[in-house]
Design a binder for this molecule. Structure first.
Ligand SMILES: Cc1ncc(COP(=O)(O)O)c(C=O)c1O
Length: 642
């Protein structure tokens, strides 16, 4: 028989031989041997999560979705209200299930590359006493994102609500202890980290909660209360059980225990993940998630920008070599996924990476240069997330500062970047903040009085490290100031673009560099009134407009600081668009118009970083100068020259 392919998928997955061999038998579902097997299954499931004494194990025929539907239908009653915390496809599926069941459901959403925030959950629960239940996906398999389960559980318990956790792709590997973490019901299935074969799902439900749930479920076969009563009354399944699947799962649970339990399994998967992520990074593939929220369950890689890179070709070539990866994407962003769970060893991942390298070379493709930005993690890693990679290699990083304007509204003779605040000009502050964050390649677009800017650079000793790019048409729109920087923008590095006339806290640069999205806009929720501020408009956390007077419907908005981070390909696209504007005689446009077009064309490639907590102000009018001195200056965290 030919060697079976290896599955690098999030389930069904590669199982151990003993698990498959355990199925080579027939059992009558009501015979004592099978009843004993069912009892062992239920006991072992509670063992995995420390649920003895508090919870009961209720296995159910079917896939993972069946248990989610059964749990919501059984535990959330017609007069209850469920709050689903969601940042991916499986959170959205819970909402759909609750709706179909006719249950009252509300959603609290985060972007698919951001973890659920416990403080926001607490606020939502405090504000809405009608909510009775909260549901969370522990590991969102859409992306591999690990949500902060323990912190959310604490908040939900403090607010005295019931808590349902979809632990489908974490149960059996990632830390979960029901003695320490208050959870009403944990849901999972046989064919993920437990490494069984597909066909059974299960819930571990608080004994008191299931006892209260008689006749709540609108379904017969998905009634967890009745299923539980069946097991308790005669040890049997209510309806025909998948006997071989039960046998395989019991064997898989025995193997899990024999090999050191969930902690050892987690370490094993982490070694798989590390081998994969580091190997792919060497080939230039970038992870979709920041590693502070990355689980070792599944790795999502950004799709390379090269349009010749077709996932189907790579998939087929890998499959022909015996490596099955996950076909298709679930994230909204362009990406592909490779599972790290199952009976696979780091060696298997080495071989997979070698195969990817061969295929990429054979097809004459190159992935993007590896992670362009220095990752600065603001989020404390929670248990189970990946230790920070040391393998990320940096692509060139530069900053473009737009400082050509006349500062008409200030009646100013000198360029606005030369405004002095407490003995330091805006220009000196820019250079210090960029240097402190490792950005050493800086180019300023100058127009009005470049001599004064040169003098200031000379005074602060930065003339050698800051390039001056002249914009002779500085009296026209700011699009020209961007277009003259086309070479730097298209040079293949990550580029920060910054308005020059901003007094700001230097930590903003770290935030801009550390933000997760491929392309980042800095956003402040406190928005100045009127048409002057450029607004970043969001609908369901997606940027749907970017303008002084937005045209698209949005559910919330913030003010743009005027600082941006662009990936190499997006910076090049921006250069092209700005140049096209000027060539088409549209030189009176502001650069935001070109950027807006790119954002609207590629909403999945842009995100924002909220810096509402940091002090800043744009300087347009005299009143801004006074306000900056009075309100902003005293709050700034100074950065030392590096
Ligand atoms: C977190 C999560 N929830 C629910 C499901 C649905 O499980 P199934 O496809 O077995 O119905 C999955 C499947 O991957 C999952 O990862």
């Amino acid at each position: 028989m030919a060697q079976p392919p290896l599955l690098f998928t999030p389930g069904p997955l590669t199982t151990q031989l003993e698990t498959r061999q355990a199925m080579l038998n027939d059992w009558g579902s009501r015979e004592p041997a099978f009843i004993a097997m069912t009892a062992e299954l239920r006991r072992r499931l509670l063992d995995v999560a420390g649920g003895h004494g508090s919870h009961v194990a209720i296995p159910l025929q079917g896939s993972g979705t069946f248990i989610v539907e059964a749990a919501i239908g059984t535990l959330v009653g017609p007069s209850d209200a469920l709050l689903v915390l969601t940042n991916g496809a499986y959170g959205e599926r819970m909402i759909e299930i609750a709706r179909r069941l006719g249950r009252t459901v509300e959603a609290l959403r985060w972007p698919e590359n951001q973890a659920v925030e416990p403080a926001a959950v607490e606020r939502a629960l405090a504000e809405n006493p009608a909510l009775t239940h909260v549901a969370l996906v522990h590991c969102e398999t859409t992306s591999g994102l690990l949500n902060p389960l323990a912190a959310v559980a604490t908040v939900v318990a403090r607010q005295r609500r019931a808590f349902i956790v979809d632990a489908m792709s974490s149960f059996g590997a990632l830390p979960l202890d029901l003695r320490e973490t208050p959870i009403t019901a944990v849901l999972a299935s046989s064919n993920k980290c437990l490494e069984g074969v597909p066909g059974i799902a299960f819930a571990l439900v608080e004994a008191a909660a299931i006892a209260r749930a008689k006749r709540v479920a609108p379904s017969l076969s998905l009634d967890l209360y009745d299923q539980w009563r069946g097991f308790e009354s005669n040890g049997q399944w209510r309806f025909t059980p998948p006997v071989q699947v039960v046998a395989a799962l019991v064997e898989a649970l025995r193997l899990l225990e024999a090999k050191g339990g969930p902690a050892a399994r987690c370490a094993h998967y982490a070694a798989n993940f590390r081998t994969l992520a580091d190997g792919m990074a060497r080939l230039g593939f970038r992870l979709f998630l920041d590693e502070s929220i990355q689980s070792p369950i599944i790795a999502t890689f950004r799709m390379p920008q090269d349009p010749r890179f077709r996932f189907d070709d790579i998939y087929a070539a890998l499959a022909a070599r015996g490596f099955i990866i996950y076909p298709g994407k679930l994230t909204q962003a362009q990406s592909f996924r490779i599972g790290c769970i199952g009976a696979l060893e780091p060696d298997d991942f080495e071989r997979l990476v070698a195969a990817v390298a061969d295929i990429v070379a054979e097809l004459g493709l190159a992935a993007e240069p590896a992670a362009a930005v220095r990752k600065i993690s603001r989020q404390e890693a929670h248990p189970g997330t990946m230790p920070h990679s040391t393998a990320s290699s940096a692509s060139p990083l530069s900053a473009v500062i737009l400082a050509a304007g006349v500062g008409r509204r200030l009646g100013n003779m000198a360029p606005k970047v030369l405004l002095d605040f407490a003995g330091k000009t805006l220009l000196e502050r820019h250079v210090a903040a960029l240097h402190a964050n490792g950005v050493r390649d800086i180019a300023i677009t100058v127009g009005h009085r470049p001599d004064l800017i040169r003098d200031e650079l000379s005074r602060i000793g930065a003339l050698d490290c800051v390039a001056l790019i002249e914009n002779p048409r500085y009296r026209e729109g700011s699009i020209v100031s961007l277009a003259v920087q086309r070479e730097r923008l298209a040079a293949g590095g990550t580029v920060l673009v910054m308005d020059g006339d901003v007094l700001y806290d230097g930590r903003m640069i770290a935030r801009l560099l550390g933000a997760v999205p491929e392309n980042v806009l800095l956003l402040d929720h406190a928005i100045e009134p009127g048409d002057e501020p450029v607004k970043i408009c969001l609908r369901a956390e997606v940027i749907v407009d970017f303008a002084k007077t937005p045209e698209h419907a949005y559910d919330r908005h913030g003010e743009s600081v005027g600082f941006f981070r662009f990936s190499p390909s997006m910076a090049a696209a921006l250069a092209q668009r700005a140049t096209a504007y000027v060539q088409a005689g549209r030189a009176s446009a502001e650069y935001e118009a070109a950027l807006r077009e790119l954002i609207l064309a590629h909403p999945d490639r842009f995100g924002y970083e909220d810096i509402s907590d940091l002090p800043w102000t744009e300087i347009d009018f005299e009143a801004d100068v006074a306000r900056a001195r009075r309100d902003i200056l005293p709050r700034l965290q100074e950065v030392a020259h590096a």
